[in-house]
Design a protein around this ligand. Sequence first.
Ligand SMILES: [Mg+2]
Length: 366
Amino acid sequence: MDFDFPLRKIIHVDMDAFYASVEQHDNPELKGKPIAVGGGSKRGVVSAASYEARKFGVRSAMAGYIARKNCPDLIFVKPRFDRYKEVSQQVRSIFFEYTDLVEPLSLDEAYLDVTENKKGNPSATLVAKEIRQKILDVTGLTASAGISINKFIAKVASDYNKPNGQKTVNPEEVIQFLENLDIRKFYGVGKVTAEKMYKLGIFTGIDLKQKSIEFLDGHFGKSGKYYYYVVRGIHNSEVKPHRTPKSVGAERTFSENLSSEIFMLEKLENIANELERRLKKSKIAGKTITLKIKYSDFTLQTRSKTLPYYIADKELILETAKELLYQSILENSVRLLGISLANLNTEKKETKEQDESVSVQLKFDF
Ligand SMILES: [Mg+2]
């Protein structure tokens, strides 16, 4: 298959069961055992599971008590975000030995454009191999990689030989690879979308390819175009090194101004829930909590507190937000409350993944 556009050499590197592997590496007693990083309490959630735990059906984002039910011998380990960030930075500096075009997706995943790399190595496959070996040497941890002509295929491919493996989809293999690809493996297709596709008779790439752009646009909106092009091997979203987001937050404006702290507590709980959801989604934690108060006369007040450790958990967020709320007397009735977390443990996080993926090259001539 010939492509009428310049091909890139993209690697997607993904650390294997990152948080859990760091814990097993740092504490040899945990090696070979089913462990879950996160809370085992009633309200706790698993952030990461070791491969031994995955065999019992333990998954990230699973409630702690369900994980324990699935795997009675499961060992819960408290997350240590400072340590994960440290390892993540070691890994990132290895990437920068090869290219400056590094786009982290989270602490444990990144895209690298090695079309032109600092080592002058024309083989992206060999570069990926070298990088994975260096990661192992430096951190004692394994990583997997996908290598192909664009970010989409590289991302999908990195899952194929996981853990501790890699897969290259060469330009001449791209079309077949995409046609045979199970729709659930398409990056950007979640459970809900997959169900919808099944109902439309789309199970693999080749089914998807038979649908017109109008059809896909009609059923999936903006994402329809993205599906139309990616299944044809067209995904010209560049690897962009990102700037650090300064903070992550959530806020609520009330239909009626509130004048009692008692009423605000319930609202704060909702806001903390929303904030936790966003933090979990992006695998971010932070140290500085800011409570934003907008009064009915539109004056704005912020109150902040910095903790000595990273948090991402709603209980701790809420506790600190309450403390800030009671810190001094409210000056007026309140129309908006917000909580944000800054001093984040990650340099970069994709917040608009969807929009990003949709930025395909539409001018391409077939
Ligand atoms: Mg990973």
